[in-house]
Design a protein around this ligand. Structure first.
Ligand code: DGY
Length: 422
């Protein structure tokens, strides 16, 4: 398939999933606006329509909560085909949202859009309006998810990381009960192969946490300490720190010096704390269970995503080497879990499959740190997956089999990004 054909197919998917002021990730399985999907989608969209790309992120921030949190789903239109819907979350907002957040990639996306856009006046206006809102979200993270001021924030629900059923959460999930979770009907397994999706036992815990936080009135001053699941994810923190750093650079450009200084201070304290997540034994970063204080023995792509932030050269080099080792264990980088681990499952969502958005961020980090050859391997593998298996949600890293939802928006957006680089 030629590059022009690939570009056209990706553009068709973005148009198909466009709902005017936001895009859905894919029909059926995910019929609303998702937070980090939208931010990464905007990057691809900018190659087609710059104003529409800005609107994608603007729409997300219209639904920012008063305390600064930006929710993980905005339920713009009713749709019975998704569970758990607005009634389960019950956050009491006019346009319903969920009550948890997602990886804070907006700062990174807005800087990249700003740099790329041909319409300079539009870029300046839209970025200037978004900057303080993104900064408020970052403040929310450090206030509500790092109450002890460690420099690193915790997630309180696996859905916040976007890596829903990663092996990273298996041990901390043992502390999450399931009593009191009433009968419910999953809808995801009606849209996608159940063998590609999280298990019932995981869903019971996802729902228990939602019910628990709902009973606390979604009061973010209480949720952190009251949650039996508090995990410090290196991938999640790296995305946040990269966004803080990018926001600072953009704030300099847009004459907002106080905002820039504050974001730089957050980066400095975050990077200083980052080494507490390093495993010399495994040569990568690991998640930390904040409840037990232990590092979690699980070699996921969360620990590799750290390279997206400004980590030190020694660790960046070791991550690049780790990715080369993983490349020798699979056909399509970057597996979401190390195939050498017996718990690896190549088709089950975040327990093995490769995802183009993760590839994009890891590739970007490798390029920033000067590892061009490894970045190039990721680029080639990503485009090979598309050519061989279409625009899936994720792929088996051993066989390249397409998994999860089809005609997937952020996969298409990343293809537009990779093609520009190619
Ligand atoms: C889902 O419903 O599977 C989503 O990943 C939650 O964000």
């Amino acid at each position: 398939m030629s590059q022009v054909d690939l570009f056209q197919q990706a553009a068709d998917i973005l148009h198909e999933n466009d709902r005017g002021h936001y895009t859905i990730p894919t029909k059926g399985l995910y019929p609303f606006q998702w937070n980090w999907d939208s931010c990464l989608t905007a990057l691809g969209m900018a190659w087609l329509d710059e104003a529409r790309a800005w609107t994608e992120i603007d729409t997300l921030f219209v639904h920012q909560w008063d305390d600064g949190m930006v929710p993980h789903i905005i339920f713009h239109e009713p749709d019975e085909g998704y569970f758990p819907g607005p009634d389960v979350w019950d956050v009491g907002r006019e346009t319903p949202t969920t009550g948890i957040t997602q990886p804070a990639v907006a700062g990174f996306a807005v800087k990249r859009l700003y740099e790329r856009c041909q319409d300079r006046a539009l870029a300046r206006t839209r970025a200037s309006a978004l900057l303080p809102k993104i900064a408020d979200w970052h403040e929310w993270f450090y206030r509500c998810r790092d109450p002890q001021q460690t420099g690193l924030v915790a997630v309180l629900h696996p859905w916040e990381t976007g890596r829903d059923n990663s092996i990273d959460w298996d041990v901390p999930f043992e502390q999450v009960p399931t009593e009191g979770v009433g009968p419910y009907t999953r809808r995801d397994t009606q849209h996608a192969n159940p063998e590609h999706r999280p298990t019932q036992a995981q869903y019971d815990r996802y729902i228990w946490l939602v019910q628990h936080f709902r009973a606390l009135g979604w009061d973010n001053t209480r949720l952190h300490d009251a949650s039996p699941f508090q995990v410090v994810d290196p991938g999640f923190n790296a995305i946040l720190l990269r966004s803080c750093a990018d926001l600072a650079t953009l704030a300099d450009e847009l004459d907002m010096p106080a905002l820039a200084a504050r974001q730089r201070a957050l980066v400095a304290q975050g990077l200083a704390a980052f080494n507490t997540l390093w495993s010399e034994q495994h040569q990568q970063y690991l998640c930390q269970d904040r409840v037990s204080g232990e590092l979690i023995d699980s070699l996921s792509s969360g620990g590799l995503l750290a390279v997206f932030a400004g980590i030190d050269r020694t660790h960046a080099q070791k991550i690049a080497r780790r990715i080369e080792v993983l490349g020798s264990r699979c056909s399509y980088l970057v597996p979401s879990h190390d195939p050498a681990d017996p718990r690896f499952d190549g088709r089950r969502y975040w327990r093995g499959p490769s995802w183009l958005i993760v590839n994009y961020m890891i590739m970007d980090g490798l390029l920033e740190h000067g590892y061009e050859a490894t970045a190039e391997k990721i680029l080639r593998g990503s485009l090979a997956l598309i050519r061989e298996s279409g625009f899936a949600e994720y792929y088996d890293p051993l066989s390249g089999e397409p998994c999860g939802g089809g005609r997937f928006t952020w996969t298409a957006a990343m293809v537009l990004e990779f093609l520009q680089r190619d």
